[in-house]
Write a protein that binds this ligand. Sequence first.
Ligand SMILES: CCCCCCCC/C=C\C=C\CC(=O)SCCNC(=O)CCNC(=O)[C@H](O)C(C)(C)COP(=O)(O)OP(=O)(O)OC[C@H]1O[C@@H](n2cnc3c(N)ncnc32)[C@H](O)[C@@H]1OP(=O)(O)O
Length: 726
Amino acid sequence: MAQYARGAAAVAVIRLRNPPVNALSLTVLQALEDGLKRADADPSVKAVTICGENGKFSAGADIRVFSSPKKQGLGLGPIISLIERSEKPVVAAIEGIALGGGLEVALGCHYRIAHVQARMGLPEVTIGLLPGAEGTQRLPRLIGIPAALDIITTGRHVPATEALKLGLVDEVVEENTVEAAIRLATKLIGQPLGHRRLSLRPVPRLPNMEAFLSDALMKVKKRAQGCLAPELCFQAIKAATELPFADGVRKERELFNILLTSGQAKALQYAFFAERAVEKWTTPNGASWKSASPQPIRKAAVIGLGTMGRGIVTSLVKAKIPVVGLEQDLEYLNTGRKAVMLLLEREAMKMEQGAQTLDFHNPARLQFTVDFDVLRDVDLVIEAVFENMALKKEIFNKLSRICKPEAFLCTNTSALNIDEIASVTNRPQQVIGTHFFSPAHVMRLLEIIYGRHTSPTTIATAMQLAKVMKKVGVVVGNCFGFVGNRMMFPYTQQAVFLLEEGSRPEDVDRVLEDFGFKIGPFRMSDLAGLDVGWRSRKDQGLTGPSLAPGTPARQRRGYRYSPLPDLLCEKGRFGQKTGKGWYQYEKAGGRISKPDPWIHSFLSEYRDTHQIKTRFIDQEEILERCLFALISEGFDILAEGIASGPEHLDVIYINGYGWPKHRGGPMFYASTVGLPNILAKLQKYSEMHPDVPQLRPSAFLKKLVAMGNPPLNDWMSYLHRQSNKL
Ligand SMILES: CCCCCCCC/C=C\C=C\CC(=O)SCCNC(=O)CCNC(=O)[C@H](O)C(C)(C)COP(=O)(O)OP(=O)(O)OC[C@H]1O[C@@H](n2cnc3c(N)ncnc32)[C@H](O)[C@@H]1OP(=O)(O)O
């Protein structure tokens, strides 16, 4: 709702109230409209202030309304026009946040005062929409086309000080913002308001408007990577340059409705809530976020300053957690230290542009050592040495003797068994997996893996650490590859099988990149280094000297196997780092991939050697085999209780594996394709390739289809019903 009160003799205060973020529900909008009409009708009221409850102006429209049948009633535009038309001055007092429809309300006001710590923005684009309450027409009139385009097409939050420079707000205060707004409103009584009504102002002209717009459109499209909303935001702003206000508003509404009914908006809004849902973690044995309290981390240590360790140290410093970086000898330590300092210098430069600072030259904040004894007083250690069980166990055993008893011990691993690592310590309840993604100071995902003995406090502490590091922590169970890499395996396996059957790396990558992945599986493999997987396959006895003599080239343990990646590694083609992999690069360490004729002839010789008949494989088959195999593994993961819901898998894929957010994540995508369709296709491909178990549909998928293809929100309840019966 919105509370109506008198702030001073002649000033009415309308306070938006809908905890926790004062989202504009239908009830709030109705109360706002009622408040405005009451102020207008009361002759003793001479001015109005609009503010929000609990130090937050408003986070905009209640996002849930967009998928509810009541959305027709969400008429914010007319209420904003009512504010603007008011003959009594209306001042917005912006504290905390004014986002989306919240900022649009403020744009309808005649004046805006913001608290110095407030943030403003129009983030509708991030949930697949555009500012649909006349914001695309008012903002350019206030701050000009370039700044409006930037704010609307990126959805970024603008700090108050920047907002002042842009002219988005009239004043920034450090004191009580509502009181300052009431004082201003009192001063404005009786003054003319015409020039303050944004709908009456012209859009400031640029000397080269046409060229500017065509250049901006190109940039917007490039950044959008298949997402519709940024381009439609652009079209709405362009309309402001071409049409009178009322016509621009009509165009905005038309474009808004296109987005509202698009699958992309649904997917992005699902992703918004999924990210928040995974914060509320639970485990199959009943531990949960509700009852577990995180312990404070006042000092941390990172062991190993390779690529991962460097990124993790950088993230900790950015989170203002004092950190010790440890390496095995001085040579490695110095290399690691230099690399960390370089990363931090770059981060500091970025942060200073946003008026923040990073204090990393202070040894109390960041220290480097080769001496394990220095770790005696740390609250948490993150081990980030390379993937070798024996080495990790040796380190954990040492840590268990040196670190104080309360210290938490985390391992950065992408696949290894957490229980085995914990077994060599004197505190398995404080051991947990923290799987960071490279580059660790950039990627948002943190897969948090609990073992058999991990305590709820340890899980809560790791989740809290993720939050402090501004990452999305997702709690998952312990199995080979956890969630992300376990689902990735069938995907990359299909990609390689497709090469055996007739595709080229660039064909497969193009299909998956057109789908929206940032990079396809082969470009990804070249980037990560083919040697990483090769080492793991050698450890598993799938290739290399430990392979039993006489093992068929294309079969392991009775199932289909492709030796193609091993053969490339044997030829020294490790990807970007060697300048050759599935593609060729301009030099070792180069980044621009070019299709490689050598690979094409190598593949055709390979097919001849193994008597594989080359066939044309269409885009549909490439997409379905890669994605549906990954999705089927996801259903197995859910059935095994490794993740507590489909949102977990989706958040992992969006934030760690470059899955296009506007497609909502693999499990959401599955729900849009329809589970019966996925099942039918998997059955077809599985019949064509009976020696590929990853193409056999998951039993849980089959069950859901048998239960009538229930909506994604209900999937887990079918699993529980099943286990209750057992
Ligand atoms: C034919 C059809 C006609 C329809 C006509 C429509 C006309 C159009 C009119 C208006 C259009 C307006 C467009 C919009 O305003 S869209 C909304 C734009 N706003 C946003 O995208 C903001 C989203 N929120 C955030 O970015 C953050 O939540 C933030 C506000 C910055 C707070 O962050 P933080 O402090 O980290 O807290 P949480 O993110 O965990 O949020 C706390 C809880 O609040 C819930 N929440 C937040 N924002 C919204 C929202 N806008 N709607 C609903 N719920 C919201 C969030 O889910 C958390 O909930 P919970 O605690 O249950 O997890």
